[in-house]
Ligand binder design. Sequence first.
Ligand SMILES: [Zn+2]
Length: 468
Amino acid sequence: MNPSQSVPVSVDTLIVHTLVVTMNAERHVIRDGAVAIKGDRIVAVGKSDVVEASVTAREVIDGRRFVVTPGLVNSHIHITGEPLTRGFVPDNIPFDEAVWKWVSPLHFFYTEEDERISAQLAALEMMKSGTTCFLEGGTINHIDAVVDGLNEIGIRGRVGARVSDLSNKPGNPAESTDAAIKILVDEMDRYPCADGARVAAWPILIGHTICSDDLWRAAKQLSLERNAGFSFHMSPVAFDPEWFLANRGRRPLEHLNDLGVLGENVIITHLVHVNDAEVSLLAQTRTSVSHCPTTALKVAYGVTQIGLFPEMADQGVNVAIGTDGNNASNYSDLMRATYLVAGLFKDARRSSKIFPAEQAYAMATLNGAKGLMLQDQIGSLEPGKKADLVLHDTDRPEWRPLLNVANQLVWSADGRGVHSVFVDGVRVIDNYRCTTIDEEQFYRTAQEAAHGITERSGLPHISQWPTI
Ligand SMILES: [Zn+2]
């Protein structure tokens, strides 16, 4: 819309007299700014007097108390299998034991209804801390129930059913390759990435060392045919590169590049244990990366010792931010993860120049949008884009004084200050409360479901603190 046109355009919501962090190409921050929303789209962003003169609004929000930003994009999170058993897995055990004795077996004690509740809990936590879109980690067992729950709560996301066709642990089942491919085709038939689809399915493989070459190729081919992205885990610890060198004769990204897997529609999670040649391959193929700093810290990946995320960014690799599962990163607040992205390598390399606040915030918004192939739809506040935005409450101690909004967003504020959130133009969080579900009732349901899962699992409650 051209704000100078003479006939006012009717819009649904107009936020005025606010500080707008646009994340547009020029990174404009607009003082006394306004955002106009019509349906699911942003139709105007600019100075309040200009936008006000060009629209008539059904609802006007006085934005003096707020900083308005694009919704954040969490590029890797497990919304099933972990949210309802968050904190149950001890934090002082080795990676292998955490995955194979705890996290993986626990997931199989989730019922279909548990997965729906788990997905809604993850979505609720994300929305209430300013995340409006996410990419799931490809570990959903009951995708219909999960998509139904996500549609009810109103978040945007890309999800995938659990798929692998090699088993590298006794008792850890895998499908045949044909069955695995059929799961991918079925989920994409049911939840296609059609224009404007808020929740859709991608081929998302667990990855690591439990996929055959045929499955890697088929999933990539399917993603290209269906105009979808393709995502998987790789190289959080040394096991993956060691396995690929021993069994495929090349490092993981070299092998996947030879298979034709890498490319612009691909986002790979972790990639902590990579070498310089693999970083170059990411840059050459324009493959995106999801950096999950909270997981790296808690599960002891060694990210600050050997991670090459600054080198990836320097070479133009699109690095986005994820929070991963709730036993590896017990929170899903992407603002806290962004703080870590900005800080970890400053300390590790003793250089304040690495990942400045402005760059870290772009990784949490624009880079996430690109990683999810939604850069034309979300990631910034610009006319024509989806109305996914966050109102941060500056009537809070951590928001005052407000002198440099980029520094404030990354180094001072976190999800606690998120007052309101719009997804697709719908105010899903209003004055700190979710508008789409009954939160009190939901928390009781989630607690009961968690007790059911942990009891059925037979795993012990382990705490260093005696509970009396
Ligand atoms: Zn993961």
